[in-house]
Design a protein around this ligand. Sequence first.
Ligand code: PA5
Length: 447
Amino acid sequence: MENLKIDISKVYGFIPAEEIQNLSERTRKAAEALENKTGKGNDFVGWVNLPSSISESDLKDIEQTAFRMRQEIDLLVVIGIGGSYLGAKAVVEALSNTFRYLQNIKDLPLILFAGQNIGEDYLNELLEVLQNLRFGIVVISKSGTTTEPAIAFRILKEKLEIKAGKKKARELIIAITDDSQGALRTLATREGYKTFVIPDDVGGRYSVLTPVGLVPLSIGGFDIRALVEGARAMEKLTLSALPQAENPAALYAAARYLLYLSGKKIEILANFENKLHFLAEWWKQLYGESEGKESKGIFPASVDFTADLHSMGQYIQEGERTLMETVISVRQPQTRLKIPEDQDNFDKLNYLAGKRLDAVNKMAELGTMLAHVDGGVPNIRIELPELNEYHLGQLMYFFEKACGISGYLLDVNPFDQPGVEAYKMNMFALLEKPGFEEETRKIKERL
Ligand code: PA5
């Protein structure tokens, strides 16, 4: 199988190749600290050798559960937020037919998500859809106490119990949580749900290759073995023992770190295949939560091209020069479509007749890259041979490893997220949660 490729040559006009090369000892040490568990946040680096440590029995257990669920349901609701949601969502969106909701395909369950927001209309609309379908629930929360998924689970569990009966509902609910702690673990044990464990040493945003990602994806019919295989290959290709020039994760981390120091404070992840929209959402969480702390860190943003060339394109070309761009390019689409000849040629498109749409897309990509580099936006290009489970497994592990290295270059702990607590404190105080009486009193004084 071919591997993902990275091209940083369009960074050299901004940072000399030699400077990137000079960083190789630091990227090597950072990668080594991840592998040897000697860096900051070292109790959360279980994801580093996760691909190579997933066992055959782990995979079988997931596949058997998925097979059972597929017989019973038309639709799966996956409840989770942040790292307990975005990995599965990214893969589902990348590998599904965009218009699957309009097709009446019954052989595999559709996957929908809840608990990633508190929108009343969202959940009400979902409840309406579920009324006429056989559905199951995978509820995911490492802490087992996160408010958004807990609320969604309470509501959807009640719906399922009313629809299927309490006994049957227990068989249609799977809980993925901590081995021993948290409200979800207690509830799952009491109700007798099938459970899977999120390892202690793997944080949410690095958890796509644990049951958090693998269980919902397997129920949806995705090839989780290929996903893991791709990640395994990338685990080997990003080992600290390799020279920086041969290690795509070290190269990416080095290039973006030096660009950041040179004033490129915002990184835009761009795609020319809009199915990657949620892959970018997953990437934003990974990098934003890992690096954005201690008043440091690149701000991760994303665009879907060519759509956003007609909106954000103006800013990227001529706005403030604090941007760098990383493009994910898919070499080979899964299908073919040619532009037809038209006798009248009123639209003057006959010069494209007979060409594949992808050939036009690739020229849009090349033209955009050259224009943006000319406009002062350095470009990093990541090429995937194809959009499939294997290469997504490679891509996700590549981004994770590079993120760990990047965090260590910045000298932050890439595995904590203390800043996420601030809004929760205020929300609990405003909702008058028991135990937050003092905070409630103080926040009310401010209003
Ligand atoms: O990366 C993280 O750790 C977070 O985004 C969590 O995944 C998110 O807050 C959800 O947490 P939990 O799985 O405990 O409900």
